[in-house]
Design a protein around this ligand. Structure first.
Ligand code: PLP
Length: 374
């Protein structure tokens, strides 16, 4: 069966470049090569022969990525074309008919679409707003069975910005282990925390973890399309075999840039830029939303670069978003695209001028559609 359309990616691809303001940037304002590299490094880059290179990722890049994970080395890493390829390979590796995937929602719903197309059963478990966007683990315990092959989590979570506590992580691991399930942990937002405490990887806690991550979000480099899978060596070997069918290799030029992004000093520089931008925009957002607090509410995000706003107006999230896009030229993502209607996501990662302009257009639209309320 073919995968159904991946609505979230499609609406972003269609609209985010054509509207006046994209108020839902899912990452952090992207960097240019000029901002990232010295003239000497750029010169080195443009002299690299454009060969395929190592199709599983260069040993140097794989080693550098492996340092983010406990007791891993380059053999535990496969470099992919964006973390989206890593997610796709994860589903292909682990799921087939008869298997069950349990997935946290709201979420980036890519793995569920692939799982359904492979004939696997997909069940969803909601992060609960009343529980401060955490999972009810008694529910998870009741859902798992011997058929549960994979539990898919996004931590830090897109779109709520929540982070699973260490004790909940341990409990989730124990639930997964009780039925022999793997954990897929999408950790592409690690490094975009508001506090100085970095999110722990599930790989630290559970051997049967498949981490997908990459440079698109907290590292501000979506355009180089570098992601990775981090997991047990045998699974990496198998995934490499699948990659021969998908993209063969990630661009050799992108891998070279990625090495620079992942140098210790660059990581620190990018992370402090990320934190500063997010904190500035969150403060602006707090001031913006306070007069509307009877109608719009949100739980302050712990990480990730967005706020997930609950609204009380009687309108479907998709209708609201398209009305604002057509009339005010401002684009937001509807909660429905994450599997949870009644919410909209605003991105905090754009440059501050664009962000302010987007909020002004959003206010204008709310006032036009609901003049009694706004
Ligand atoms: C949670 C999450 N995971 C994965 C991806 C895929 O991103 P990429 O392929 O650029 O790494 C996205 C993109 O928006 C995302 O939000």
């Amino acid at each position: 069966m073919k995968p159904k359309p991946f609505e979230l990616e499609r609406i972003q691809s269609i609209y985010e470049n054509s509207v006046e303001v994209n108020l839902t940037e899912s990452g952090i304002e992207p960097l240019s090569i000029k901002e990232l590299m010295t003239d000497k490094e750029i010169d080195e880059l443009i002299n690299i022969p454009m060969s395929y290179g190592y199709t599983q990722g260069s040993p140097e890049l794989r080693s550098r990525i492996s340092t983010f994970y406990k007791d891993y080395d380059y053999k535990n890493i496969l470099v992919t074309s964006g973390s989206s390829e890593a997610i796709y390979l994860t589903a292909l590796l682990l799921l087939s008919r008869q298997d069950e995937l349990i997935m946290m929602t709201p979420n980036y719903l890519s793995i569920s679409g692939v799982a359904e197309s492979l004939g696997a059963k997909v069940s969803f478990i909601n992060l609960e707003e009343d529980l401060n966007w955490s999972l009810d683990l008694e529910k998870l315990k009741a859902m798992v069975s011997k058929k549960t092959k994979l539990i898919s989590l996004c931590n830090p979570n897109n779109p709520t910005g929540s982070i699973i506590t260490k004790s909940d992580m341990e409990e989730i691991v124990s639930i997964a282990d009780s039925v022999g399930a793997y954990i897929h942990s999408d950790e592409v937002y690690i490094g975009a925390e508001f506090s100085d405490d970095e999110t722990i990887s599930f790989q630290n806690l559970y051997n049967k973890t498949i981490v997908t991550s990459g440079l698109s979000k907290s590292f501000s480099n979506p355009g180089i399309r570098i992601g990775w899978l981090a997991t047990q060596e045998e699974l990496i070997e198998e995934a490499w075999g699948l990659k021969d069918y998908t993209t063969i290799a990630s661009s050799i030029l992108s891998q070279h840039i990625a090495l620079k992004v992942l140098e210790k000093e660059t990581v620190q520089r990018i992370r402090s830029r990320t934190k500063e931008l997010l904190s500035t925009n969150l403060e602006i957002f707090n001031n913006w939303i306070s007069p509307y607090s009877n109608t719009l509410s949100f739980i302050p995000p712990k990480a990730g670069g967005f706020v997930y706003i609950k609204y009380k107006m009687p309108i479907n999230s998709s209708d609201l978003v398209h009305d604002l896009r057509e009339n005010e030229g401002v684009f937001l993502v509807p909660g429905g695209s994450f599997g949870m209607d009644g919410y909209i996501r605003i991105g905090l990662g754009s440059n501050t001028e664009t962000f302010k302009k987007g909020l002004a257009l959003f206010s204008q639209g709310l006032n036009r559609i609901f003049p009694e309320t706004f």
